[in-house]
Design a protein around this ligand. Structure first.
Ligand code: SF4
Length: 256
């Protein structure tokens, strides 16, 4: 829903807003009268209007057809819709868009910071040395990597693995929120400071975050060290394992 205060500079910005709403709320939604009137300037690509509802066209009709033929899951369809994203400058620099991998409706969702060089090259999250360590941690929990869902806050690699900028996180976070809504995990494990601070809206250090209980939209969140940090600081492996046992207990519905 868009309120009447929304400032529309042009038809183009109105159309971008419509496309964003369509991504997150589906193809049918209600518009304010102000925005509705903007669409009196219909063009070939403008949405179809029915009463006071707008039906946005898909980004690419050939893509829609292929989605229907392949019977994509909701998560896969969402991936297809956003994989060409250029909302922030990282979009123009990526080799591959790194959406996420694993079981669509997994009970456990691991969320890291951003793709690195290897992830950017392969389009898969958590590959390379840190990814191998994460796989070992998951297996130590008596799970397979395919049993869980793994993704990052950012879907595109920051150059030279620099820290994500606030504006990039703000642009990309809605995608993560939608992913969480679609996966519906029982527990989220935030890997590293950026993931934990972003999900929890906090500026606290990892040392403090991992000692407390948290939740995101009602889902328990366990904050722990990023596997790449464990490679540099092996003394953090023991506390990380304690955090993983907490993840496992929350997943199994055990009261903490
Ligand atoms: S990092 Fe996120 S917001 Fe930025 S271009 Fe990539 S997908 Fe889009």
């Amino acid at each position: 829903m868009i309120d009447n205060e929304t400032n529309l500079d042009s038809y183009g910005s109105a159309y971008r807003i419509i496309r964003d709403i369509e991504l997150f709320e589906g193809r049918y939604f209600i518009l304010s009268e102000e925005i509705f009137n903007e669409f009196s300037l219909k063009t070939k690509d403008s949405p179809e209007i029915k009463g006071n509802a707008i039906i946005a066209h898909d980004l690419d009709e050939s893509q829609q057809t292929s989605n229907e033929v392949r019977d994509l899951s909701e998560l896969e369809s969402f991936h297809e819709k956003i994989k060409g994203c250029l909302r922030c400058e990282l979009g123009g620099k990526r080799k591959k868009f790194v959406f996420g991998s694993g079981k669509d409706n997994s009970d456990i969702m691991f969320i890291g910071e951003a793709p690195g060089e290897e992830e950017d090259r392969t389009g898969k999250p958590f590959v390379g040395a840190a990814g191998e360590l994460l796989t070992k941690i998951i297996e130590a929990m008596h799970l397979k990597r395919d049993d869980v869902y793994i993704c990052n806050i950012l879907k595109c690699r920051p150059p030279n693995n620099r820290d994500p900028r606030n504006s990039e996180i703000a642009s990309c976070e809605p995608y993560l929120v939608k992913q969480i809504e679609l996966v519906k995990p029982k527990v989220i494990c935030a890997l590293g400071r950026f993931a934990a601070q972003t999900l929890l809206g906090s500026n606290e250090s990892m040392g403090r975050l991992r000692l407390n209980s948290h939740s995101f939209q009602g889902i328990p969140v366990v904050a722990t060290y990023h596997p790449a940090a464990l490679l540099r600081n092996p003394q953090w492996k023991r506390p990380t394992w304690e955090d993983m046992k907490k993840v496992r207990r929350l997943c199994d519905g055990v009261e903490l």
